[in-house]
Every structure is written in C-alpha cells, then in structure tokens.
Design a protein around this ligand. Structure first.
Ligand SMILES: [Fe+2]
Length: 287
C-alpha cells in the first residue's frame, strides 16, 4: 500500500520507541513519521545515545538518506554534525559507525532497512547515487526555489539543493522564506504536483491555508494530486524538503482563494496516528 497522507503532525507528539530498530541499530530509538506497510520505505527520526557504536563491517541493502537535527554521528569515518546531509546508497561500505555525544537524525530508508556483511553483491552499490557529506550550514542560499523559474503566485523563497537523483529527478533540499511573507493581496492560487512532497520543519512557522499553523518539528507526507496552500510565514522558516516518486512542477488551480494568518488546524493522519494529534504549540504573544 502506498504511504498514507499525513499533513501534518508535530513530531514532538510522537513517542520514542526503542523497539523499532532493536536489531538493526541496537541502542538507538526511533519515531516513525511515515511508513509504507508493503515495502517498508519510511521516514523516521533516529536518536542515538552518547557512546553509541555499531559493529564494524556492514553495508545496507537499502538506500539511507540522513539529515542531522542535533548532535554528531560518524559513519565510515565521516563526522556528520548539525544540519549535515548525506545520501548513502545500498552497498556503501560502513567499516564503522558511532556517536560520541549522541545525535538525532532525520532518516529516510528506501525500503525496510536491512544490513549485509562482507562484500556487497555485484551491482548493489551505485556510486552515481552517493552524496557523501554536505555541511548545509556552509552552503549559500539560492533564491530560485527548486532550481526552476519562480512561478507566478508563489511565495518568494530560497533553497539549498542537497540532492537531485540522476535517474528520477527526485529532489531533496532546504527550503524557506523570510519573515512577514504572505501572498500579495492575501489571496493566491492553490498548487498541486505529480510527485509526493515531504517536509520536516526545522525552524520558524508556516501558516498553511489547507492544514493550519506548523511550528518547528512539523512533518507532512503529501501524496501527488492534492491541492494545498496558500502559505505565509510570520517569523520566516527553514524546512527539510523532499520531492519524490516523481518530478517537481506546479499545477495551479483556476481561481485564487482568500487567506489570512492562523488558519485552523485540520490534520489528515492515518488511524493509528490519531492518538498523537494535538494542536501545535501556540505562538507565544509578545505582549
Ligand atoms: Fe507544493
């Protein structure tokens, strides 16, 4: 079954679960953000305790994409600190993995994560997919969202492109806007895409006409062909963003819809996640 529409949940409301990767990453616990119940493709937060260490000499049978939210993790001799990014394809050799002081890592597996020992099978590893290490804090912002022309009506934003899949065009980037950003005239067309959009909000706020006010820690998985927007941000924001299972381009609605600050929270989540839905943390008035 395809992964269900989740839009949106605050990751803070989900419990840490030590059983998810008890065998695969012993000692680490996880929050499952989104899961394909058939092939195990998933998006998770993994929390590694200080002093965590993985036995040497493994490779994965699936692709692992990581973005470090906090702390530092070492994989195959590379230290990944806060807001470091990597895409480590299946078969990438991992002679070591550890976390001296602990880490929380936003992690995406292309299927149920499994490890192999010894030499990877012929053809498993594809070097063209490897993004070994990007320190996103050191990258300059690009003011052309998603490396495409700015569409009429879009809220002006900026991005840091972290990965474009050489075969599918799938995209991972940081995307954000400045403070006090909103559509001209407080009305805008809605947008949809032929790809999935997935987001984890790193900082700031997003006021989304279709689902409410996201705060840092908000997460969504939005399947293709679902209209969304318009958008505004009071404080500005930075998000980790993926366009997957297709290429990103915008399809706009015929008509504009009116929009204002503080749209109501209208979460769409699968049944098993409903117990974790709670109103996002209220913005603290500064008066
Ligand atoms: Fe979109």
């Amino acid at each position: 079954m395809a992964r269900p529409h989740i839009e949106f949940i605050q990751a803070q409301a989900l419990p840490w679960d030590a059983s998810v990767y008890r065998d695969f990453r012993p000692g680490a616990d996880a929050k499952v953000l989104s899961l394909d119940s058939e092939d195990g493709e998933c998006s998770v937060l993994i929390r590694y305790p200080a002093g965590w260490k993985q036995d040497a000499g493994e490779h994965l049978l699936v692709h692992e994409e990581i973005f470090v939210l906090d702390g530092t993790i070492e994989i195959a001799g590379v230290e990944y600190g806060r807001h470091f990014y990597a895409y480590l394809p299946a078969g990438y050799p991992r002679p070591s993995a550890s976390s001296k002081d602990g880490a929380v890592v936003l992690t995406f597996f292309s299927a149920t994560p499994k490890a192999g020992r010894g030499k990877p099978a012929n053809g498993l590893y594809d070097d063209a997919l490897l993004v070994k290490c990007i320190d996103s804090l050191g990258m300059p912002w690009n003011d052309r969202p998603f490396d495409r022309e700015i569409d009429p009506g879009i809220v002006y934003g900026y991005n840091k492109t972290l990965r474009i899949d050489p075969y599918t065009g799938e995209l991972s980037n940081l995307f954000g806007t400045g403070a006090q950003t909103h559509p001209d005239g407080w009305a805008a067309k809605l947008e949809k895409h032929e790809c999935v959009e997935e987001m984890y909000l790193l900082t700031g706020d997003i006021h989304a006409g279709n689902c409410g006010v996201m705060q840092a820690g908000a997460y969504f998985w939005r399947p293709a062909d679902i209209y969304h927007g318009p958008y505004a941000s009071m404080a500005g924001y930075v998000s980790f963003f993926r366009c997957i299972h297709g290429k990103m381009f915008n399809i706009w609605s015929d008509h504009e819809v009116d929009f204002g600050w503080n749209p109501p929270y209208k979460p769409v989540v699968p049944t098993e996640m409903k117990k974790y839905v709670q109103e996002p943390m209220a913005q603290t008035p500064n008066f």
